[in-house]
Design a protein around this ligand. Structure first.
Ligand code: SF4
Length: 250
């Protein structure tokens, strides 16, 4: 199985940092953490390719290469998600969708073949079993919340590491509060669940080794050079910086 993991583009809002990212020669501020976590739950024998549309466009060769597509998105990525699902269906690919956008509004995407909703730790194994048996259902949901001490280390190696301004790891899910503009509690419940220190150390070690093995910097031009709008060209050197902050951005 050749699986294409797709992360739709964020619209051009302040929080996409699209314009600011050029000044630090990056393409995206954060990686698609949900997709790389799901990737780690899939059979090792599957070939996997991740395309983050915030980093690079989806190419015809990606669509021709793939047997199936997994797409994950948040609500803000809805427009790009609809477009890319259309591209995949036009290419004759089976599309599987999950993540916050689809969990809260899957009925807006009739072209999607299968929805693997809520927390993948609970619904993905059921989909994989049915797929193996040749009879996958349209929709997989769960009213339970998973034990995230069993969640695997994300498949960091799928990321184009130098393209991101920062990395993220997930330590907890759930929130005891109930801010009315926020869907965290609807998605993850009110009880805070945390990973173990062993998991976090393993994730950080995995991240460090993936960063080390990222072979080459992404060439970026300076912001005022003539091809900076496309983010390409140039031979500016690249280095990683660790930044600590008292607050986290999710
Ligand atoms: S996660 Fe959501 S519900 Fe919890 S404090 Fe933050 S905004 Fe409020």
């Amino acid at each position: 199985m050749r699986l294409l993991l797709l992360y739709p583009e964020f619209p051009d809002t302040f929080w996409s940092f699209r314009h600011a990212l050029k000044f630090v020669r990056k393409r995206a501020s954060l990686p698609p953490l949900g997709l790389v976590t799901v990737a780690a739950m899939l059979p090792e024998s599957w070939e996997k390719r991740l395309v983050d549309l915030n980093v690079r466009p989806l190419g015809r060769n990606d669509l021709e290469w793939a047997d199936m597509v997994f797409i994950s998105a948040m609500a803000v990525q809805q427009e790009s998600a609809g477009k890319v699902i259309g591209q995949c269906k036009a290419a004759g690919l089976r599309v599987v969708a999950g993540g916050p956008l689809f969990t809260t509004g899957y009925d807006r995407f009739p072209e999607v073949d299968h929805f693997v909703l809520n927390e993948a730790e609970l619904t993905l194994p059921r989909f994989l079993d049915d797929l193996k048996n040749g009879n996958p259902a349209k929709t997989y949901t769960s009213g339970e919340f998973s034990d995230i001490t069993l969640t695997p280390v994300p498949a960091w190696h799928l990321l184009d590491m130098p393209a991101y301004a920062s990395m993220a790891i997930q330590f907890s899910r759930g929130c005891p509060y109930q801010c009315d503009f926020c869907n965290v509690t609807a998605l993850f419940g009110h009880k805070i669940r945390t990973k173990t220190s062993t998991q976090i150390i393993a994730e950080l070690e995995g991240l460090r080794s993936a960063i080390k093995s990222a072979r080459k910097p992404v060439p970026r031009s300076l912001p005022n050079s003539k091809d900076s709008a496309a983010g390409g060209g140039g031979t500016v050197s690249f280095s990683w910086t660790t930044i600590s902050s008292p607050t986290s951005r999710t």
